[in-house]
Ligand binder design. Structure first.
Ligand SMILES: [Zn+2]
Length: 64
């Protein structure tokens, strides 16, 4: 019982980390579509092709 649950746990852990990383690194432009990635700035993303800008609210950590 102990051995089986241990193996499953480590596998799901690995997938969770890599999936989260990929999602955060690059984001495609909603206007230009697939293949056009947006540039990452401090608190926003911008597209170099159509200059579309998207602000990041959730990812900015502001402590009082
Ligand atoms: Zn664009």
């Amino acid at each position: 019982m102990g051995k089986e649950s241990n193996t499953k746990n480590s596998i799901s852990k690995f997938y969770k980390i890599s999936g989260d990383k990929v999602e955060r690194i690059r984001r495609e432009c909603p206007r230009c579509g697939k293949g056009v990635f947006m540039a990452v700035h401090k608190d926003r993303l911008t597209c170099g092709k159509c200059s579309y800008t998207e602000f990041q609210k959730d990812q900015t950590k502001k402590s009082k």
